[in-house]
Design a binder for this molecule. Structure first.
Ligand code: TRP
Length: 469
């Protein structure tokens, strides 16, 4: 996290302690954390992986993962950050010293940094798609367009590496500019308005979906689990997505946690952020699947799903040009606020360890991410047939983009989450944990610790090991 953003959040906190109210500081955290959590993961990734994994049973698994893995790990991460009071790596160092543990734990911070770097490289390419759709929506390209025309438009974008590269570059420039100047308090205030607006717009989209005659079918697809459709791979994807969508496993929540005042309830705050994040994902699903069925599209269409369905709604609904433009603009903003939190760890590390300025650090990290992003750009066209791990059956047909996504969301994030749970559950001082949680030492505390020590690690391990075999 940037110095400036530290000031932004810390600023709210002091203002707040002056006025004596606890609420606005909690709000500041909830906003910052949801700004990172709510992003392409909710609106782009959740619907398409739900479609690919057969619907309801996957959604059920995802909700379960949020509840027994995501929320406990979010609490643990925020706890480490608040107790350490520093950047993720240094917070871990601090706690390890305080509790006399092995200094190796600090590598938890290192793994997160690498993963966030890899994620941003493809996140930015998808953010670029959204960016290009703002223009398309505003210029009325969707108005009255047929399903085929809209599909062809998306196909055309993917097939054109130059266009993809341009949008990816534009998205990265946005992120670099914001991160290099520090995330100022204005940004936090903007999230304050834009997040509710995104929520309202999603409700409008769900309203439109209700007006199609396939709402019931879309609803059933999401919420009527057919357990026979659940594969071990689907379970791993659901687990990985719980981490991805809540911004866990990269130290982002640790960084934000270090600005959370002591008197704010960790548990309530983490649950608020998770519920908000989940609500956005489910609304996106409810807006999209009725359209998928109403227009005879394929739920398992893959990463292009929202880009092929939502424009159909905008092509038909009254005010579609306005709503479409607004929707994709908000999607870009949600993506940018998440992308910022993905670039930050690398920038922070560069400025901490190599004695370089913030601007230089941002440029080095940003340009490296941009370069790596070219791999994803090419995965959709020139390198669409490059599947380096095709010799393993499970990776057959997986492009470099698919592999990047798999390695980060399904391997690195669950692993680092597992270690966070083990660290707080088994290694960190129990007394400190008790104080942080502020649940007393009755049933609520004992149940939480039971979940964190046994249920969460077991769930991650079972899904993981099951999948390796
Ligand atoms: N949670 C974001 C989304 O759903 C992605 C994201 C932002 C993220 N920051 C992160 C994921 C940190 C993991 C870790 O779009």
């Amino acid at each position: 996290m940037t110095l400036q953003s530290q000031n932004a959040v810390a600023g709210e906190v002091t203002e707040d302690s002056k006025s004596g109210s606890m609420w606005s500081s909690r709000m500041a955290f909830v906003l910052a954390a949801s700004g990172s959590a709510v992003g392409l993961g909710n609106i782009w990734k959740f619907p398409y992986i739900t479609g690919e994994n057969g619907g309801g049973a996957f959604v059920l698994m995802y909700l379960l993962c949020i509840a027994i893995v995501g929320i406990p790990i979010m609490i643990a991460e925020v706890m480490i950050g608040r107790r350490g009071g520093k950047s993720p790596l240094n917070s871990m160092r601090e706690l390890v010293k305080l509790d006399r543990l092995s200094p190796r734990w600090k590598w938890l911070g290192g793994m997160g940094m690498l993963a966030s770097f890899l994620i941003l490289s493809f996140y930015s390419v998808i953010g670029g798609w959204a960016l290009s759709y703002v223009g398309a929506a505003a210029s009325g390209t969707f108005a009255g367009a047929s399903t085929e025309a809209i599909g062809a438009m998306f196909g055309g974008l993917l097939a054109d590496p130059k266009a993809l590269l341009m949008w990816h570059s534009l998205f990265m420039i946005l992120v670099i500019v914001i991160v290099s100047r520090g995330i100022r308090s204005g940004m936090e205030k903007a999230i304050n308005i834009l997040m509710p607006l995104l929520f309202v717009l999603l409700l409008v989209m769900v309203g439109y979906a209700l007006s199609t005659d396939k709402f019931a079918e879309g609803f059933a697809f999401l919420f009527n689990p057919d357990l026979s459709k659940l594969t071990t791979e689907g379970m791993l994807t659901a687990l990985g997505h719980a981490f991805f969508t809540l911004s866990l496993g990269m130290g982002v929540m640790m960084a934000y946690g270090s600005y959370l005042p002591k008197n704010v309830s960790l548990v309530k705050t983490a649950i608020t952020v998770s519920v908000l994040d989940t609500a956005v994902a489910l609304l996106a699903g409810l807006a999209i699947f009725p359209l998928v069925f109403a227009n005879g599209l394929e739920p398992g269409a893959g990463p292009g799903l929202i880009f092929q369905t939502l424009p159909l709604a905008f092509s038909q609904m009254p005010g579609g040009v306005l709503f479409g433009t607004l929707f994709f603009a908000l999607l870009v903003i949600a993506a940018v606020t998440s992308a910022i939190s993905l670039l930050e760890p690398a920038v922070e590390w560069l400025t901490e360890h190599k004695g370089i300025s913030r601007l230089t650090g941002t440029l080095i990290a940003g340009i490296s991410v941009w370069l790596l992003g070219i791999v994803t750009v090419l995965s959709f066209n020139v390198w669409a047939d490059v599947t380096p791990l095709a010799m393993f059956e499970r990776f057959e047909g997986k492009t470099l983009f698919d592999l990047l996504d798999f390695a980060t969301a399904n391997v690195m994030m669950p692993l680092s989450g597992l270690f966070v749970a083990l660290f707080v559950g088994w290694f960190m001082s129990r007394q400190a944990g008790e104080e942080q949680l502020a649940l007393g030492n009755g049933l609520a505390y004992k149940s939480f610790m039971f979940v964190l020590r046994f249920v969460t690690p077991a769930a991650v391990l079972v899904v993981f090991v099951n999948n390796l075999m």
